[in-house]
Design a protein around this ligand. Structure first.
Ligand code: NAD
Ligand code: TDX
Length: 342
């Protein structure tokens, strides 16, 4: 049994990853998370119980430990990485709209934080997998079939994507200059349970569930390449198991490329809601599309969710069943959006 350190494991994708990794590996998992506004220890509820309640909790008992801390804390990273065999790095400031309001936190966590983690990995020789985004490639024109591949040049648009691009470059430099054992994945837009209500899909679902209209930025013609969070995470597990050191893998589900307007219309259809157009995002990326053929070809990975409507219906059901999880933060998020006319 090895030890896996999961940074950002109390966030959306990280907490879903911890759940999946417990089922697919024998590793003990240590989660390190700063618990920013986006991190929620309740996302790991039930998983940590084993540690707190001892042996009665069955085979998972004692396998998840939670440490509250900042990945930019070099001393803490050194201590945590020292006992880890594998590090899976999800921790980040992740929301584009926030990066337009307060870029400093993005530089701190995404760049300085990744640097601190890399130095610890270099010192202790752990295997690292770095989680990144399709947004590092910039955007594609609407109405073409062009996709991002692993060799598409980086051209990030927002402070968020620029800091993620910076973190990817740091990882590659540490591989080449210092020989660390690291892989990188760049994934498209995720959706699914436990996603913060600031993000597009959960914002619209919870708008409608609270009697508000869904809010579409600008014309809604922008296109995103949606993937269910479980498909992102099964790809990460495949890379951890079979990936080649030093390599980068694009992750995407090849679901039909859909415009934001089409997604909002689907959500309205599933919930009986309505939508309105609001102020556009400054510098709004037009289209993302991933070519994930390397992952499919080399690692044999396949997505489980291939029908966006079905994945959205399941996600709507989750938000309906977990009102307690989101209702406390919903009004605050909407107040903040209202300040930018969104
Ligand atoms: P999230 O915002 O839901 O979660 C981020 C987590 O990181 C939170 O728990 C937060 O508390 C924690 N965190 C933030 N700053 C920290 C710090 N300094 N130290 C320790 N912990 C800190 O984000 P997410 O959507 O789950 O994204 C996870 C990762 O996946 C990010 O690296 C993001 O760039 C990447 N990604 C996200 C998407 C997407 O669609 N959401 C797509 C591709 C890649
Ligand atoms: O209320 C909204 N209305 C709207 O039309 C919100 C919140 C968003 N949008 C639009 C903007 C985007 O075109 O929907 C699209 C998706 O928006 P976000 O959920 O903010 O995602 P995006 O900016 O595409 O970035 C996401 O995917 C890549 C994640 O937040 C990133 O962490 C990831 O790297």
């Amino acid at each position: 049994m090895g030890e896996m350190l999961v940074t950002g494991g109390a966030g959306f994708i990280g907490s879903n990853f911890v759940r999946m990794a417990l089922a697919h590996t024998d590793d003990r998992i240590v989660v390190v998370d700063k618990l920013t506004y986006a991190g929620n220890r309740a996302n790991l509820a039930g998983l940590e119980q084993g540690l707190e309640h001892g042996r009665e909790q069955g085979p998972k008992q004692g396998r998840v430990e939670f440490v509250r801390g900042d990945i930019a804390d070099a001393e803490l990273m050194d201590r945590l990485v020292a006992s880890a065999d594998t590090v899976v790095h999800f921790a980040a400031e992740s929301h584009n709209d926030n990066s337009l309001r307060d870029p400093g936190a993005f530089v701190h966590t995404n760049v300085v934080g990744t640097y601190a983690l890399l130095e610890a990995v270099r010192a202790h020789g752990a295997r690292l997998h770095h989680i990144s985004t399709d947004e590092v490639f910039g955007d594609l024109p609407l109405g073409t079939d062009e996709r991002f591949t692993e060799s598409t040049p980086y051209n990030p648009s927002s402070p968020y994507s620029a800091t993620k691009a910076g973190s990817d470059h740091l990882v590659r430099a540490w591989v080449r200059s210092f020989g660390i054992n690291a892989t990188i994945s760049n994934c498209s837009n995720n959706y699914g349970p436990y996603q913060h209500v600031e993000k597009f899909i959960p914002r619209q679902i919870t708008n409608i569930l609270t009697g508000r209209p869904a809010k579409l930025y600008g014309s809604g013609a922008q296109v995103r390449d949606w993937i269910h969070v479980d498909d992102h995470n099964s790809a990460v597990l495949a890379i951890l198991e079979h990936g080649t050191p030093g390599e980068t893998y694009n992750i995407g589900a090849d679901q039909a490329a859909v415009s934001n307007k089409e997604v909002v219309e689907l959500i309205c259809e599933l919930t009986g809601g309505t939508y309105e157009h609001v102020a556009d995002r400054p510098g709004h990326d037009l289209r993302y599309a991933m070519d994930a053929s390397k992952l499919r070809r080399e690692l044999g990975w396949r997505p489980r969710y291939t029908d966006l409507r079905e994945g959205l219906a399941q996600t709507v059901a989750w938000y309906r069943e977990h009102v307690r999880w989101w209702e406390g933060v919903k009004d605050g998020v909407e107040k903040q959006y209202a300040q930018s006319g969104q």
